[in-house]
Design a protein around this ligand. Structure first.
Ligand SMILES: [Ca+2]
Length: 367
């Protein structure tokens, strides 16, 4: 779900189902800890061939990957030859990725924050978040009890990622990951690992790999988990025996668990405004962290109380009306573990606040 946030507007459609909520269960063990050399007794889907045909025929890297999957995970090569003969090369995805280039460098442009924020602080995002909260209040409450993450931040993530399941992506995950693993050299190592994770995931969950759809980069479900995140952090929040990223309850629990496992501090704030001098002498960004004395030495102070001892990120947001400086606390940094972006974490925070305000206002009979 890292690079997908900026790309999510390009995905369309998707639906969710709603089931009764049952109590949460303990966090799933990390599947890589339970990997086995034994061959699976059943394989999801019916695939068999003696070599790869179709779009990915004659790719030596893919042939090597298939032998690796057989050796490490016990998935027979004939099954994989058959499966990858069904994979489609997505030229549009490659063209799009090549146009994006690397991460942007230097100071963001004036007004960039206002432009970004306006995409996500919409009436649709806020009202759909409130509606989701009402519909799934027990799952959200149980997630807060278990993981210490307030509902509004889980909702902020789901709103930004998919507008609560509206935009979960329509690309077959197998096509997306195979294309990016073997035809996009710049991120080949990352997407090859995610393709491996995906194949482990469909074995573990016994799902036909051709059935799963997601973003064009392979992110899945309401929270747009990549397969590696699924293996490490997805949970069966509604205890139906499956970890289902497309089910609202499991998506809620999995996002909360993701935050918890990345060190969320229950009850602590996320950001405070910064009081700054006319010239700010320090580099800014979620990964530029300072102690209070370091900030005070250059005339920067928190606008309200912050937990003692936290390192603070100095954040610059360039709005239409001018520059704003904020201090990101520990939990702000945790949100950036979902997507390594100051804008992303700040918009999740702002959407979370807006949803909570509307939800509480409505609950109190206002609005
Ligand atoms: Ca489940």
């Amino acid at each position: 779900m890292k690079i997908e946030a900026l790309l999510l507007l390009l995905t369309l459609g998707g639906c969710t189902s709603h089931k009764a909520v049952t109590p949460v269960q303990p966090v799933q063990p990390h599947p890589t800890e339970t990997r086995t050399e034994a061959r699976p007794t059943t394989l999801p889907g019916h695939f068999s061939a003696s070599r790869v045909t179709g779009d990915f025929a004659g790719y030596p890297q893919l042939d090597g990957f298939i032998l690796h999957m057989e050796a490490v995970h016990g998935i027979p090569r004939n099954y994989l030859y058959g499966l990858f003969s069904q994979a489609h090369r997505r030229q549009w995805t490659l063209d799009y990725m090549n146009r994006q280039g690397g991460p942007s460098q230097g100071k963001p442009r004036q007004g960039s924050w206002s432009k970004y924020r306006a995409q996500f602080l919409t009436e649709l995002h806020i009202e759909s978040g409130v509606a989701f909260w009402r519909r799934h209040a027990p799952a959200l409450r149980q997630a807060e009890e278990r993981y210490g993450v307030p509902p509004e931040y889980i909702l902020g993530i789901m709103g930004v990622e998919t507008i609560y399941g509206r935009n979960m992506g329509k690309d077959r995950v197998l096509d997306a990951l195979t294309t990016l693993a073997f035809d996009y050299p710049r991120r080949s190592a990352y997407f090859t690992e995610e393709l491996e994770n995906f194949l482990v995931m469909v074995q573990t969950e016994n799902i036909d790999p051709l059935e799963l759809r997601g973003s064009f980069a392979g992110a899945m479900g309401l929270g747009q988990f990549m397969p590696g995140s699924f293996l490490k952090w997805a949970v069966d929040h509604n205890l139906d025996g499956r970890r289902d990223l497309w089910h609202p309850d499991d998506a809620v629990g999995s996002i909360a668990n993701y935050f918890s496992e990345h060190g969320w501090h229950p009850g602590e704030p996320v950001v405070v405004q910064a009081l700054v001098p006319a010239d700010v002498a320090l580099p800014t960004g979620y990964d530029q962290q300072y102690s209070l004395p370091e900030l005070a030495a250059v005339g920067i102070y928190p606008g309200s109380e912050v937990p003692a001892g936290d390192k603070l990120s100095l954040l610059l947001l360039r709005g239409n009306a001018g520059d704003e400086y904020w201090l990101g606390l520990h939990n702000f940094f945790v949100i950036t573990r979902y997507n390594h972006s100051t804008h992303y974490a700040m918009v999740v925070h702002d959407l979370a606040k807006a949803i909570k305000q509307r939800y509480l206002g409505a609950a109190a009979g206002g609005l």
